[in-house]
Design a protein around this ligand. Structure first.
Ligand code: ADP
Ligand code: ADP
Length: 228
């Protein structure tokens, strides 16, 4: 089964901007996908179709075999976690642990389960030692880790990251790259947008290049090597 299937998906903003134009895409479970393209290409619009922030106006999106519609967008969101570009949009609670607990609590997990998944998620991102700290004391890269933990704690099948490297210095970028490398060991499908061709070439199994709302190439990392 594919984790993600887009069939002929087209999306127009109210002003008539065609942000996605007949998108067809299949992503097998467990794949690490890097979505590359210039600003305005449609990357964010495509990612928002993966977790029901947007539903297709034309065409179909299936997540883990289930078609995304307005009605089931909430159930899809339990399978797909979106890490926002800016962790300050996502990390806001009193302590790091409380922050990570927010999602699982919404999912009505038991207290025992919440504690278990949140401590495990903080361990996965290397932030367990910070669990009782206030998020606003953390560095930007550490907040990003906490935001990723908050998504992992909800045990999604698919993790989406919108530009995970943005606003980080090179050391912070290496740090998040290492973290993303490790996450795949948990068997997750990971889909991220990035401008960083070197990172994409070193990390991804599958490259998707989008321009003007159209996928112009999909394939392995040889796509990037050949372009040089
Ligand atoms: P990317 O993430 O690759 O930068 P986006 O998906 O954000 O691209 O945007 C794709 C196109 O849709 C761009 O031309 C952008 O200006 C336009 N767009 C994005 N959001 C809106 C909106 N809310 N209203 C109108 N146009 C939009
Ligand atoms: P990203 O970096 O995630 O692609 P953008 O900087 O393209 O985000 O867009 C930031 C916000 O502005 C988004 O909510 C997007 O929907 C909106 N937006 C982008 N382009 C337009 C546009 N041409 N008209 C109206 N809203 C837009």
């Amino acid at each position: 089964m594919n984790a993600v299937e887009f069939k002929e998906v087209t999306y127009l903003y109210p002003n008539g901007m065609k942000a996605l134009n007949h998108i067809n895409l299949q992503i097998p479970i467990g794949t690490k996908v890097a979505l590359l393209g210039p600003n305005g290409a449609g990357k964010s619009t495509l990612l928002h179709h993966l977790n029901g922030l947007k539903v297709p106006q034309q065409g179909t999106v299936k997540i883990m075999g289930e078609e995304l519609t307005k009605k089931n967008a909430n159930s899809i969101r339990q399978k797909v976690g979106l890490v926002f570009q800016d962790p300050d949009d996502q990390v806001f609670s009193g302590t790091v642990l409380e922050d990570v607990e927010f999602g699982p609590r919404n999912l009505k997990m038991t207290e025992e389960e919440i504690s278990e998944v949140c401590l495990a998620a903080l361990g996965n991102v290397g932030m367990l030692d910070y669990k009782d700290q206030a998020p606003y004391h953390l560095s930007y890269g550490q907040k990003k880790r906490v935001a990723i933990a908050g998504i992992l704690a909800m045990k999604p099948d698919v993790v989406i990251l919108d530009e995970p490297m943005s606003y980080l210095d090179p050391a912070g970028q290496d740090d998040i790259a290492g973290l993303l490398q490790g996450l795949n060991f948990l068997g997750k499908t990971i889909i991220l947008s990035t401008h960083d061709v070197n990172f994409a070439a070193s990390w991804a199994d599958m490259i998707v290049i989008i321009m003007n709302g159209e996928i112009i190439a999909t394939g392995g990392t040889e796509l990037l090597v050949d372009e040089e």
